[in-house]
Design a protein around this ligand. Structure first.
Ligand code: FES
Length: 150
């Protein structure tokens, strides 16, 4: 089995699992980064969102071979001590209810704001629209993204 090299949260990691292993399971089962969540496993819910070379992507739908040589950021590496502006806004607005989808929401929001630091309300809704929250915290999510952009 070939070894794959990925950079995760700034550290180089060698991973020795089969090429078609979803990145989500590499992160959770092999690198013990369990902040990234499994929701649907088919790219539909956004719970597994991470940044790959700065772009928000669904880790359940990317294989290890597809991310070989790439730089991955998970919720654990977004900031030291949870101080990214999106994380601060999340706390201020008290967004989570059960909390399960929140890492994915935050990773989507942070990549979005990187590319669009002054979004309209509609931009925010469009950007966050693919991340499902079963508790229905959408209004607080939108408010927090707006606050993070201030
Ligand atoms: Fe990846 Fe739902 S678990 S999109």
């Amino acid at each position: 089995m070939p070894t794959y090299e990925i950079k995760v949260n700034g550290e180089s990691k060698s991973v020795d699992v089969s090429a078609d292993t979803p990145l989500l399971w590499v992160l959770r089962d092999h690198l013990d980064l369990v902040g990234t969540k499994y929701g649907c496993g088919i790219g539909q819910c956004g719970a597994c969102t991470v940044h790959i070379d700065g772009t928000a992507m669904r880790s359940c739908s990317m294989t290890l071979a597809q991310v070989d040589g790439k730089s991955i950021t998970t919720i654990e590496g977004l900031s030291e001590y949870g101080t990214h502006p999106v994380q601060e806004a999340w706390k201020e607005v008290d967004v989570p209810q059960c909390g399960y989808c929140q890492a994915g929401q935050i990773m989507t929001a942070s990549a979005f704001l990187e590319n669009n630091p002054n979004p309209s309300e509609e931009d925010i809704k469009n950007a966050m629209h693919g991340n499902i929250c079963r508790c229905g915290t959408y209004n607080r999510i939108y408010k927090a993204v707006e606050k993070a952009a201030e």
